[in-house]
Design a protein around this ligand. Structure first.
Ligand SMILES: [Zn+2]
Ligand SMILES: [Zn+2]
Length: 322
């Protein structure tokens, strides 16, 4: 009846189908340096933005381009990286897959396959050991949570061990087309900054217009989207309502619903990860779900896993034996 001790378990020969390791070695030094550059430079740009904007250097063209590229890269992450590639909540054609993968990579959150591997690992271990970004990692005292918030928000990005894509995203690695687009991540990153500058320059027909568009629709837009995405990992695992059953601390935080394109309905998402709509309750704004709905109407998305009574009953807290 006694459980085998840890050492006894460790001495057992590895089973044939032993799970692959969680992580796959250290990130190369140059890639590690680039993480610092692309996380910190846009952040500094955001801080510099206030005096920069004061009276000059910000116009309607910059704002319009910033909103356009925010939506393009943001929906690439939420609809593409997250709901399609990570959770397979719908099926779509090759053209839409490629478009979503590229627009998602223009958010400069890493190559799509690595993003998916990190996120699947997050769901597999959410708020437990093995989760790449849980705010509860250090405990639940105020000091531990302050440290945990920083870790979940962006501190985890600076840790060098990378999630093992062989273990968490073998399906995507096998996809030759996706794998090739994935490898071109540096190109999509450069395009994400150059394209707004080129458009700003052409629309205003000036170098100054190119520079301000680069600043607002490039640097500032990337930084704001970074923080919104990271807030889902940090804030939405700490604060908010938990109307559904999930094994972790994921919560619905309504103030971020609009700007996160529906991703802040995070309790519902963790309760039913493959569901195409995260804002499943009445009145919960979910722009990503609306885009999937539009793709479905156009015939470009099918087998969409929409919420239904059965799915909701399964995760509903009130369904539990009283
Ligand atoms: Zn989560
Ligand atoms: Zn998810």
């Amino acid at each position: 009846m006694t459980a085998p001790t840890e050492s006894a378990a460790a001495e057992q020969p590895p089973r044939r189908a032993a799970p692959k390791p969680l992580t796959a070695g250290d990130r190369p030094r140059i890639a590690q340096a680039l993480v610092y550059v692309f996380v910190i430079v846009p952040l500094l740009a955001l801080v510099a933005a206030v005096p920069f904007a004061w009276g000059w250097g910000l116009g309607a063209v910059d704002i319009s381009l910033a909103i356009f590229f925010y939506a393009l890269s943001g929906l690439g992450v939420t609809v593409g990286f997250h709901r399609l590639f990570t959770h397979r909540s719908f099926k779509t054609n090759r053209a839409v897959q490629v478009l979503l993968a590229i627009s998602g990579m223009s958010a400069v959150q890493g190559p799509v396959i690595n993003w998916v591997a990190d996120h699947r690992r997050h769901h597999a271990y959410s708020d437990r050991e093995g989760d790449p970004h849980s705010p509860w990692r250090f405990g639940s005292s105020a000091a531990a949570l302050a440290k945990g918030f920083w870790h979940a928000h962006m501190g985890w990005l600076f840790e060098r061990d990378v999630t093992n894509v062989d273990r968490f995203a073998p399906d995507l690695l096998k996809d030759r087309v996706l794998e090739r687009i994935n490898r071109l991540f540096p190109l999509w990153t450069v395009a994400s900054f150059v394209l707004p500058a080129v458009l700003g320059g052409l629309i205003t027909w000036s170098w100054w217009g190119a520079l301000t568009a680069f600043f607002w629709a490039g640097l500032v837009r990337v930084s704001v989207l970074h923080h919104i995405t990271w807030s889902v990992n940090s804030i939405c695992h700490m604060i908010g309502e938990r109307p559904f059953k999930s094994r972790d601390k994921a919560a619905n935080f309504w103030p971020l619903a609009l700007i996160s394109f529906g991703e802040s309905w995070h309790n519902s998402h963790h309760a039913d990860p493959t569901c195409a709509r995260h804002g499943v309750l009445k009145g919960q704004l979910d722009i990503s779900a609306r885009l999937i709905w539009m793709l479905e109407k156009l015939g470009w998305a099918w087998k969409v896993r929409w919420p239904n009574e059965q799915r909701l009953a399964r995760i509903s807290v009130t369904e539990e034996q009283g």
